[in-house]
Design a protein around this ligand. Structure first.
Ligand code: NAG
Ligand code: NAG
Ligand code: NAG
Ligand code: NAG
Ligand code: NAG
Ligand code: NAG
Ligand code: NAG
Ligand code: NAG
Ligand code: NAG
Ligand code: NAG
Ligand code: NAG
Ligand code: NAG
Length: 804
């Protein structure tokens, strides 16, 4: 008679070896007894202690499972089942026939499962207190027992013999044979392995205990020990040991649907507050076997612990699976089926160049998806890796690590795992959903000249009049097309390609800065240290360490490396390299020995007029380069004297060391009677107007006035309130033709008043409230050089007055 059931087909163990048992049967189930699967019916046979029960459990809408469960705990956890792969409908019946065979028929009478024990002298059946359901003969010897056909759970006193297997169920609620197995193999090794997961790939062992002597049995005893024993009973290897008494606890060890084998205990006393199945593993610090399944399943032909296109993370309760952004679970009820793309993939037609703009990366740190790469590049910086994958329609995922290796992968990707022990990051290409970028309350849709607009810098705003507010803006990457194409060349100056950025190790920088000892400056989210590069003839460098607890710093880091990394201009501070290792985000710049323009301009001795004019022109050229000579437009957003550094030859170099710096206290103090406090920050910011390169022109105008008059823009200690704000005072004096009043001491500029007036006019043009009235940086540079004439500027505040 054919029984269509896995229990009989797989690994036939001791079925016909009668076991002597001290039968503590509560009630013998006599031949001819039966149970019917009915709703709201207690169709079950309990054990004498009533701790276990055998019978039907409804687990699907019209699906019943013939099972054994813990009957006294609220969840009635199932520990064994007969027909997980073939649920039966209401009305199905299990019967102990007069021939001594136990048969499950569905409602139509079709045989679903049987014990194949006809003719072996079965006299009765019994649900034992151990959780074992047995068919016994007249001598009370077991002819058939459920302990010999385990499903996913093993109970105390149960053993697993050679070839014995536990199969995980399919999902938490689906009792079909799942994707993982636990087995004592014929060679005596204990293994956890995948079963044709995913998509019928060969089984792969992901955990094993090898036994020097052939393991004969896997034993789970009542004290909570699990071990492999040899034929003569000697202990070969312990899987779980235990020092506390297990008398007051129910126990089970289950291979769960997620591939993790767990030993659970549950207090028998209902008064206990902890009414759940906590895990115990006393030999191992981890409550799981294997300790980290995410990193244990990494086979070249498999999909990983979570299936294809997904990432596995180990958490307190075990592994969890997640899809990257832009992907979703194929079946939310069964996460291990993997994830599918929700966006149209990049096409490989001729238009693919423009198409790259439609994609961006989701970045996962400490993540990898091992194997399946079709290209590997070594010694490349991350932005190169990103761009290379973005430009390549076949590339769906790039993995980049601290050794400068860039792996390109196509779909589906496999073995995705996130773990603190993984170095490197995974970049997943996703379709951009929205092209407009929200900022504050307004929307910025700036795409001028099809160039990239990159804003970086921290903007601190101060409002006008009595109401003085600070609105810190966060480093903001407006359009994520930050990663320029290979051919992106900044003219007319020679360009150091992004490839030449040095990748520093943390140890190297730690050495270079003498354990980050000497601080050069400090911002809200970064500290700059001085360092000496042993590898580069003792070259001095400024090492800027970003506070990685600030999330935006990751953006800032990328903005700087990708935008500034490709620039090379004698009026910009050169980025030499970076360190992206673990938590560390560090940028390495050339060191500027003569400090910042703020110190130079407002310190002693006062720089001469010639030096000041030279510096003003140099800053203008640096900005011109950022705005117009790179193919991706860069808006600095934080132009102020603190961010202009001076090199050995006193050449001005734009830097961004002041990022995220707060306004000095004196600048935040405002008194009444001032016509709008003008900081370096253009009014567009707090009026939520579109942000363009004109914000830098505004800041430059304020800076230019400071350079001309060697005076801070805001000074509280002045005789006349009208002199507090340099821009207001300068405009008044210009109107009244009294610019000389602005100079203190014996400035040689006073002998060059025509030039001074021209510079003031340029500055007033720059600080026009209406952005469209401000000249471009190109025009500013031409005016400073004297190539073009400067016309009389209007009152800068006419625009703002008309709007407010
Ligand atoms: C089911 O069991 C409960 C308690 O064990 C009992 O009160 C109830 O009458 C039973 N129902 C049937 C149909 O036997
Ligand atoms: C019971 O055991 C005796 C001796 O071990 C054996 O002769 C007899 O056949 C057994 N009876 C059944 C029903 O198995
Ligand atoms: C169960 O049946 C066996 C064999 O008929 C008998 O020896 C035993 O005493 C019975 N047990 C109970 C509790 O009725
Ligand atoms: C359980 O999963 C299997 C495999 O996907 C499926 O064929 C079966 O219908 C599922 N059973 C239930 C009750 O959902
Ligand atoms: C379970 O096995 C351990 C280790 O072999 C042993 O120390 C303990 O006494 C056993 N407990 C029982 C109830 O057999
Ligand atoms: C049991 O077998 C192992 C080897 O398989 C041997 O080392 C051990 O001494 C044996 N113990 C007994 C009690 O025979
Ligand atoms: C009982 O089941 C619920 C829902 O599935 C679960 O949240 C809870 O942890 C379970 N309790 C035990 C003791 O397993
Ligand atoms: C990380 O690696 C260390 C050393 O290799 C190991 O001790 C630790 O268990 C690993 N952690 C995880 C979560 O895998
Ligand atoms: C795209 O825009 C829609 C509507 O404005 C919004 O609901 C959605 O969250 C946006 N998606 C992204 C990724 O910004
Ligand atoms: C910008 O791009 C659009 C479409 O990609 C094109 O039609 C337009 O001519 C471009 N504008 C400039 C100034 O290149
Ligand atoms: C850092 O300094 C230590 C001690 O001087 C030296 O052994 C080590 O090689 C240095 N590491 C690097 C990367 O230069
Ligand atoms: C600039 O730096 C050089 C070299 O460090 C030094 O000799 C010079 O005095 C500095 N000049 C000023 C104005 O600080």
């Amino acid at each position: 008679m054919a029984c269509p059931l896995k229990n009989l087909l797989f690994f036939f163990l001791f079925t016909f070896l009668p076991f002597p048992t001290t039968a503590q049967t509560y009630r013998n189930i006599s031949l001819g007894s039966s149970l019917t699967a009915l709703k709201d019916d207690n169709s079950s046979w309990p054990s004498p202690s009533a701790e276990f029960a055998f019978g039907f459990r409804q687990i699907a809408k019209d699906g019943f499972l013939l099972a054994i469960w813990f009957d006294k705990i609220p969840n009635q956890t199932i520990v064994w089942s007969a027909n997980g792969d073939n649920l039966v409908p209401k009305g199905s019946k299990v019967e102990l026939t007069v021939d001594g065979e136990f048969i499950l028929n569905d409602a139509t009478g079709k045989r679903i499962w049987c014990t194949q024990s006809a003719g072996s002298g079965v006299a009765y059946a019994s649900m034992l207190n151990t959780g074992n359901f047995v068919l016994a003969n007249g001598n009370s010897s077991n002819v058939w027992e459920s302990f010999s056909y385990p499903t996913d759970t093993i109970l105390p006193s149960q053993t697993l013999n050679q070839n014995g297997i536990l199969y995980a169920r399919y999902t938490a609620t689906n009792y079909s044979t799942g994707r993982f197995l636990f087995s004592l193999k014929p060679d005596g090794n204990l293994v956890l392995a995948t079963t044709r997961f995913p998509q019928n790939t060969p089984n792969q062992a992901y955990w094993s205990v090898k036994n020097p002597n052939i393991g004969f049995r896997f034993i789970f005893n009542e004290s909570g020990f699990m071990y492999v024993a040899s034929k003569n009973g000697s202990l070969l290897s312990t899987i779980s040991s235990n020092t506390v008494s297990m008398q007051d606890f129910y126990q089970r060890a289950t291979l769960e649907y997620d591939g993790v084998f767990r030993h659970y205990v549950y207090p028998k006393s209902t008064s206990s507050s902890a009414q759940r199945w906590p895990k115990v593993w006393s030999t191992s610090s981890s409550p799981f076997v294997p300790p980290n399944i995410c990193t244990s399943i990494m086979e070249s032909t498999g999909g990983g612990a979570c299936g294809l296109n997904s990432f596995c993370t180990i958490e307190e309760q075990g592994p969890t699976c997640q899809c990257p952004n832009g992907y979703s679970f194929i079946d939310p009820e069964d996460e291990r089926r993997g994830c599918k793309q929700n966006f149209a993939p990049q096409s490989c037609g001729e238009t693919s160049k423009e198409e790259t703009d439609l994609f961006e990366f989701q970045e996962l740190n400490y993540a990898n998806c091992w194997g399946g790469d079709y290209a590997l590049f070594e010694g490349v910086p991350e932005d190169w890796c990103r761009q290379n994958c973005l430009d390549d329609c076949f590339c769906a995922v790039a993995v980049y690590n601290s050794r400068g290796q860039c792996y390109k992968k196509r779909l589906p990707f496999s073995n995705g795992a996130i773990d603190p022990n993984i170095t490197g990051k995974t970049l997943i290409k996703v379709g951009k959903q929205n092209s407009t970028v929200k900022w504050g309350g307004g929307s910025i849709t700036e795409k001028k000249d099809n160039k990239t607009l990159i804003l970086f810098g921290s903007i601190i705003l101060s409002g006008s009049g009595v109401l003085n507010f600070l609105l810190p803006l966060i480093t903001y990457l407006v359009v994520s097309r930050a990663y320029s194409r290979k051919a992106r060349v900044c003219q007319p100056y020679p360009v150091i390609s992004g490839m030449n950025l040095k990748h520093f190790t943390y140890e190297e920088l730690n050495n270079a800065t003498n354990q980050f000892k000497e601080e050069l400056g400090r911002g809200a989210s970064a500290i700059v240290f001085i360092g000496v590069l042993a590898s580069d003839n003792g070259k001095s460098v400024a090492v800027k360490s970003l506070d990685t607890s600030v999330r935006e710093n990751d953006l800032e880091f990328k903005a700087e490396v990708s935008a500034i990394g490709r620039t090379n201009h004698r009026n910009l501070v050169q980025l030499l390299g970076f360190c992206y290792e673990g938590e560390h985000r560090i940028l390495v710049y050339e060191f500027m020995s003569n400090g910042s323009l703020a110190g130079f301009l407002f310190g002693e001795p006062m720089p001469n007029w010639y030096q000041r004019r030279k510096i003003a022109l140099e800053i203008a050229r640096g900005l011109l380069y950022l705005h117009e000579e790179c193919s991706s437009q860069i808006v600095h957003c934080d132009i102020k004297p603190q961010n202009i550094l001076l090199d050995d030859s006193l050449t001005a170099r734009i830097s961004d060391f002041g990022l995220a710096k707060l306004l000095r206290i004196d600048q935040t103090l405002t008194t009444t009677g001032i016509r709008g406090t003008k900081g370096y920050v253009a009014p567009e910011w707090w009026k939520r107007l579109p942000i363009t390169a004109k914000v830098d022109i505004y800041s430059y105008g304020i800076l230019l006035l400071e350079i001309i008059f060697c005076r801070k823009h805001f000074e509280a200690k002045v005789e006349d309130e009208g002199q507090m704000i340099l821009a207001d005072w300068a405009y008044d004096c210009y109107k009244q033709n009294k610019l000389h009043e602005l100079f203190k001491n014996n400035d040689e500029a006073m002998h060059d008043m025509k030039m001074v007036e021209k510079y003031v006019m340029i500055a007033i043009w720059c600080i026009q409230e209406d952005p469209s009235l401000r000249p471009t940086m190109k025009k500013v540079a031409l005016m400073l050089e004297g190539t073009i004439e400067v016309s009389a500027p209007p009152d800068p505040s006419s625009f703002i007055s008309s709007i407010l």
